[in-house]
Design a protein around this ligand. Structure first.
Ligand code: ADP
Ligand code: MG
Length: 278
C-alpha cells in the first residue's frame, strides 16, 4: 500500500520559501478544470487543479502523457479558458495571451526559417514592446550571448542543431522578459546527452537571470533536476496527486541512491492508485 502523499512529502514541500528569490505569489491556478468540447463529446483534460507559483520558482508540472499538462500550460498562456476555476497572474484574471507569458515548445520549427537567429529574437521585441530597432537588436544580442550563441547571430535556423534551435527559442522568450516563462517539454525531442546539457544550461541561466519558470515534463528525472517545486498529476484527467520540493537535486544527483529512491517514490505516486487519488 502506498501512503498518503502528504505523509511522504510533508507540507514543507508546498509552503516553505526555500530560496531568497521566492517572494510574492505571481501565478495562482485555483480549482481549474479544463475541457475540450467537440460536437460528439466532452473530453475533460484536467480536474480541479490548484497550484501557486511564486517569483523565482522553477515550478514543474509532472505527469504521464495525456494527463493535461500541455492543456494546463495553454490555459495559463491564455489560449484556453477554464471550464471552471480561475487563473490569475499578479492578481489579474488571465483571459487571453499576453507578452507577460511566453511559451517555449518542444518542436524545433518554432523559429521562422527566413529570419536570422538575431532577427528571430529581435522581431517579437519590435512587435510587442515597441522597442526601437537598435534597442531590440541590443536586447536580442544580450540574450543570445546569455545562451552562448553570440557567434551565430547571422546564421539561419536550418543551419543549427536541435539543441541550438532550442537555445535560440529560450533566448527569444527570455528577451521578452515575461513574468512567467512557460516551457512545454522543451528538451523532449533532443538526444539524451544534449538534453542533459540543456537542463544544466537552463539552471545556469536561471542562476544568472532569475526568471520564473513553469515547466512541463513527463520525465521524473528531468522534473527533479530542473524543478525547485513539482506538482504531480494523475493520469487522465489530470488531478493533483502531490506537491514537493526538489531544489536539492542537480545533475550530480543522478547516480545517487537518495535520488533514485525519490524517483521510484514519485513513480509509485504517479502510477499507483492511492487513497488521495480517489
Ligand atoms: P499532456 O500534455 O499531459 O500529454 P494534453 O494536455 O496534451 O496532455 O492532453 C490532455 C487530454 O486532452 C488528452 O486526453 C488529450 O487526448 C486531450 N486533448 C488534447 N488536445 C485536444 C483537442 N484539441 N481536442 C480534444 N481533446 C484533446
Ligand atoms: Mg503535452
Amino acid at each position: 500500500m502506498v501512503a498518503n502523499p502528504s505523509v511522504l512529502f510533508p507540507e514543507q514541500a508546498a509552503t516553505q520559501a526555500s530560496e531568497p528569490s521566492h517572494s510574492s505569489r505571481l501565478l495562482a491556478v485555483d480549482r481549474v478544470s479544463l475541457e475540450y468540447r467537440t460536437r460528439e463529446r466532452v473530453v475533460r483534460a484536467t480536474h480541479d487543479v490548484s497550484f501557486d507559483v511564486y517569483g523565482g520558482d522553477r515550478f514543474v508540472l509532472l505527469g504521464p502523457s495525456g494527463c493535461g499538462k500541455s492543456t494546463l500550460l495553454k490555459a495559463v498562456g491564455g489560449f484556453i479558458k477554464p471550464a471552471s476555476g480561475t487563473i490569475t497572474l499578479d492578481g489579474e484574471t488571465v483571459r487571453e495571451p499576453g507578452a507577460d507569458r511566453i511559451v517555449v515548445f518542444q518542436e524545433f520549427d518554432q523559429l521562422p526559417p527566413w529570419k536570422t537567429v538575431l532577427e528571430n529574437i529581435a522581431f517579437p521585441l519590435r512587435a510587442a514592446k515597441k522597442l526601437s530597432r537598435a534597442e531590440a537588436k541590443e536586447r536580442a544580442q544580450h540574450y543570445l550571448d546569455k545562451v552562448g550563441l553570440a557567434q551565430f547571430a547571422d546564421a539561419y535556423p536550418h543551419t543549427l542543431s536541435g539543441g541550438m534551435k532550442q537555445r535560440v527559442a529560450i533566448a527569444r522568450a527570455l528577451a521578452m522578459q515575461p513574468r512567467v516563462l512557460l516551457m512545454d517539454e522543451p528538451f523532449a525531442a533532443l538526444d539524451a546527452l544534449t538534453r542533459r546539457k540543456m537542463q544544466e544550461e537552463l539552471l545556469r541561466l536561471w542562476e544568472e537571470v532569475r526568471f520564473t519558470l513553469l515547466f512541463v515534463t513527463h520525465s521524473i528525472e528531468e522534473a527533479l533536476i530542473v524543478g525547485s517545486r513539482i506538482l504531480l498529476l494523475s493520469p487522465h484527467p489530470g488531478r493533483v496527486r502531490a506537491e514537493l520540493n526538489s531544489h536539492q537535486y542537480t545533475q550530480d544527483s543522478l547516480g545517487r541512491s537518495d535520488f533514485q529512491q525519490r524517483v521510484a517514490q514519485i513513480h509509485r505516486l504517479l502510477f499507483e492508485e492511492t487513497e488521495s487519488a480517489r
